[in-house]
Write a protein that binds this ligand. Structure first.
Ligand code: NAG
Ligand code: NAG
Ligand code: NAG
Length: 460
């Protein structure tokens, strides 16, 4: 009897100890994402700023409601402070997933050759009370035959960097015909927007994605062999639309890369000296494309760049993206939705074909959200509309597919010195929206640059 009571006491003590240890663990390590709560809230409290990347802004409107943040020196100081914060590794669940991803290496040749293998959806450990939540930190893995013989490409170097623990080598960056299975639809339909297939029914998905059925659809650098010109390493220029490019004279340097990535309202004509003239990869979602055409027509943006070397990389957000993609591949009018009846060659040129089209995989965008851009917005009332900006998806996709990446026209800590876009006719301060976290993205670019993984163009 006494023995039993002693045992009970001992068990209770152990339980209490475990609970205490769990509590302590949840408080530690302090996360990067704690750093700019105030800022995220400030952005989130501007209802006018819920918008896509390129929705027209009305600066008068945001001034009228009195909530816009004037350019001020304390904001700049905060930014500088952010930059020097340690970049903490993601908490444990991410690690588990990496182990899972790599453990499938041992599953044998045949399994690996099948090349599209979904991971079992393991429940992720809930993040600590102060961390933004994950959504589905478990992804499909694929075998990618290496396209280049580059010995010190990004994918080799990133593993030893501070980003090593969040990097998944075998995440599918692009989706294509083989991914459109019922099993995958079951898995991905639970995530809305860019993070899954929530808004896309299976028939539409199957019908549209099946047109992307060639190696050009799953390879980002699909024509490397014809382009490499004896180089072992692929060099990509990724060009954002930031005002920092105004007067930069970087055009020649940009065009000198094997590949040139651009996004959204990329006005080229008249700005070649600063931004170059080539575009091999143009990233957009149907929504941001339509918004850009509406907003930047005056600045000379009338649609995506069109050239024999231009490929179109969709960031799908709704089923309208799948429908426009299929229309473009088949040269037929868009079947339904907001673009119903529109002629896709009007946007992508007469020579558009399935081989020129690509689409980001929702697993890739969700992975970016969970591991590279886990913003504090995810803790606020705009958590459901938050996603990586189109430019961020483009830059991080290049990081996962090119051997060397130079980024131009992305936000830098001195962004207040430059207009929002390089093509603005007069100075407009950079606009922030509640569905993106551009300041946090900026901090990530600084870290990638400092880690030697990208070369970020900074004026000084
Ligand atoms: C894709 O192409 C392969 C081989 O050419 C073929 O077997 C398969 O049925 C095609 N898939 C779709 C969805 O069209
Ligand atoms: C290939 O490389 C050579 C030597 O570096 C250079 O002169 C030539 O312009 C390059 N060709 C192309 C198509 O880039
Ligand atoms: C672009 O640069 C020029 C020359 O420095 C300057 O005069 C102009 O105001 C700039 N444009 C904007 C929108 O800031």
């Amino acid at each position: 009897m006494a023995l039993k009571r002693q045992l009970l006491v001992a068990v209770s003590v152990v339980c209490l100890l475990v609970v205490y240890m769990l509590y302590v663990k949840m408080q530690w390590p302090p996360s990067l994402y704690l750093l700019d709560i105030r800022k995220a809230q400030a952005v989130a409290s501007r209802p006018n700023s819920i918008a896509e990347d390129s929705t027209p802004r009305d600066s008068d409107l945001s001034q009228r409601d009195g909530t816009s943040t004037p350019p001020n020196p304390t904001a700049a100081k905060k930014t500088a402070a952010l930059k020097t914060q340690p970049f903490t590794n993601p908490p444990k669940p991410a690690q588990n997933q990496i182990l899972n991803a790599f453990s499938s290496k041992s599953e044998g040749e045949d399994e690996a050759k099948k090349s599209t293998k979904a991971l079992p959806a393991k429940p992720t450990k809930p993040p600590g009370p102060t961390d933004p939540p994950y959504i589905g930190d478990s992804y499909m893995t694929e075998e990618f035959p290496s396209q280049t013989n580059c010995l010190d490409g990004i994918r080799n170097r990133i593993k030893e960097s501070e980003f090593g623990s969040r990097f998944l080598e075998r995440i599918p960056v692009l989706q294509w015909a083989r991914h459109a299975t019922e099993e995958q639809h079951q898995r991905l339909k639970q995530y809305p927007g860019t993070h899954g297939w929530g808004g896309v029914d299976y028939d539409t998905l199957k019908d549209t994605l099946s047109v992307l059925n060639s190696s050009a659809n799953w390879r980002m650098l699909d024509d490397w062999e014809t382009r490499k010109n004896k180089s072992e390493c692929s060099r990509c220029a990724v060009v954002g639309n930031g005002g920092i490019l105004n007067g930069s004279k970087k055009g020649k340097e940009i065009d000198g890369h094997h590949y040139v990535f651009r996004t959204n309202g990329a006005v080229i004509q008249g700005f070649e000296e600063d931004v170059g003239s080539r575009t091999t990869h143009y990233t957009f979602s149907t929504n941001t494309l339509m918004n850009s055409m509406r907003s930047y027509g005056g600045a000379g943006y009338h649609g995506p760049p069109v050239s024999p070397e231009t490929r179109y990389v969709f960031l799908p957000d709704h089923d309208r993206d799948y429908l426009l993609m299929k229309a473009a591949a088949t040269h037929t009018p868009v079947e339904r939705g907001p673009e119903r009846g529109k002629d896709p060659t009007r946007y992508f040129g007469k020579d558009v074909s399935a081989e020129k089209l690509k689409m980001y995989h929702p697993d890739f965008i969700r992975y970016l959200r969970n591991r590279f851009l886990r913003s504090n917005i995810l803790k606020g009332r705009y958590k459901d509309i938050y996603r990586p900006s189109t430019g961020a998806a483009m830059l991080l996709a290049a990081l996962h597919t090119c051997d060397q990446v130079s980024a131009y026209g992305f936000m830098t800590p001195d962004y207040q010195k430059y207009s929002d876009h390089y093509y603005d006719k007069s100075y407009h301060k950079v606009a922030f929206y509640a569905n993106h976290d551009m300041r946090m993205e900026m901090v990530v670019w600084q870290h990638l640059h400092d880690a030697g993984l990208i070369t970020l163009y900074m004026r000084q």
